[in-house]
Design a protein around this ligand. Structure first.
Ligand code: ATP
Ligand code: MG
Ligand code: MG
Length: 383
């Protein structure tokens, strides 16, 4: 058997395992938690810390290629693996995506070919840096340079006084202040590049966030013009090329109220906004990742059905303010046309925890969106 390895056993590792196994691969997961979402999907779980050299050496010896399902994996671990097996994406690509400053510097380096820039920003490492911030960056968002996700490690600040306060609460970790931009809507562009250098790009996904967490993804993005869509896709291909990336990459963009495009951040892995590809595209983002790792030809990215995806957070297990969990009415949701329910096998529902998603496919986007709204109604989610 040919084994593919994944660092991380969350839902992305689980869905990757399903896709890779469909193509006949065996999947090994390295993850400390025994009861992780990927634990039942994987052919083997190496339960160890992500930096455990014995476990890493075993994984590398077992697998023809290893990938990561979370961007905060130690870049050193990926480099260690790369001395022993094929690693995609590379440690250097993942390091850039782990560090908002490195990421922004890279986006700026790419700007001559990509045609897009990140938001105006300034690195903040001291109170003196706060004093030196230009008024033009306020109001802004203070973000930790590392480890932030789902809007965690972010504070919105209106004034310099608020910025001082917010920075004081960051415990001295490296931060970046970004200018608060007038967003019209948000999009993401999923792309993949093979070991042979051939790259593919998926349609534009339009994303709605709530409390910093992805709420819905609609594809094709209903708001974006053809020109902007092509611009975002071309920018994504320029970045993936300049990175020399192998594997699946997702880039988030802002579309501003004046129609201009700003690059936000990238994820060096399959992305929550790309889950719709499982049910609506010829090749899912997870199958694509397996192909890239195995140095096989990439698959067709064509979307065969309009799609609307709803993230399922743990909140809906709790009625009102009750602490007692109850199982949501999946029977009613599954009775809706075009509903594809994906649950990640997490035993404990917690508020804001990603428990699953539902992708609605239909002949028209309007129909898919209407069914998504019905699901919200059934599940008690404000639409
Ligand atoms: P993810 O879970 O996607 O990795 P994250 O925690 O890394 O998220 P960002 O994507 O940087 O955080 O920001 C989260 C959300 O906050 C964005 O999707 C957007 O809605 C809003 N946001 C971030 N930066 C800005 C900005 N400069 N101007 C306006 N809104 C912003
Ligand atoms: Mg992020
Ligand atoms: Mg983001």
């Amino acid at each position: 058997a040919t084994w593919l390895g994944v660092m991380g056993g969350g839902q992305l590792g689980r869905m990757f395992a399903h896709a890779a196994q469909q193509m006949g691969f065996k999947v090994a997961v390295l993850e400390p938690a025994l009861d992780c979402p990927a634990s039942h999907a994987a052919d083997q779980l190496h339960s160890a810390d992500y930096t455990d050299v014995d476990a890493l050496a075993k994984l590398a010896a077992q697998c023809v290629a290893v990938t990561t399902e979370f961007e905060n994996v130690s870049a050193k671990s990926l480099a260690f693996l790369a001395e022993r097996t094929f690693v995609a994406p590379s440690s250097s690509c993942v390091s850039i995506a782990q560090d908002r400053m490195a990421e922004k510097r890279f986006f700026i380096e790419c700007a001559t070919t990509s045609g897009v820039f990140p938001a105006s920003h300034k690195e903040i490492n001291s109170d003196a840096d706060v004093d030196a911030v230009s008024d033009d960056l306020l109001p802004g968002i203070l973000k930790t340079v590392r480890m932030g996700y789902d809007g965690k490690g972010q504070v919105r600040v209106k004034t310099r006084a608020e910025l001082h306060n917010a920075y004081a609460n960051m415990n001295g970790v490296a931060c970046v202040l970004e200018k608060m931009l007038p967003l019209a809507y948000e999009i993401s562009v999923l792309a993949a590049r093979g070991a042979d250098g051939r790259a593919v790009v998926y349609p534009i996904a339009e994303n709605v966030h709530r409390d910093g967490i992805l709420f819905t993804t609609t594809v094709p993005g209903p708001n974006i013009s053809k020109e902007s869509a092509e611009k975002a896709q071309a920018a994504t291909l320029a970045v993936i090329e300049q990175l020399g990336y192998v594997g699946v990459l997702c880039i988030e963009f802002f579309v501003l109220t004046d129609g201009s495009l700003v690059v936000n951040e990238m994820a060096p892995r399959p992305h929550n906004s790309g889950h719709y590809t499982i049910d609506a595209c010829v090749t899912s983002q997870f199958a694509q990742q397996a192909r890239a790792m195995a140095r096989m030809p990439l698959g067709d990215v064509r979307q065969h059905s309009p799609a609307a995806m709803l993230n399922i957070l743990g909140d809906i297990w709790f009625e009102g303010k009750s602490d007692e969990a109850r199982e949501p009415a999946w029977d009613k949701v599954l009775a809706l046309p075009g509903a594809n329910l994906h649950l990640y096998g997490k035993d404990t529902a917690r508020r804001a925890r990603k428990m699953g998603h539902i992708t609605f496919v239909a002949a028209t986007l309007e129909e898919a969106q209407a069914n998504l709204r019905k699901a919200c109604d059934i599940l008690g989610i404000a639409p």
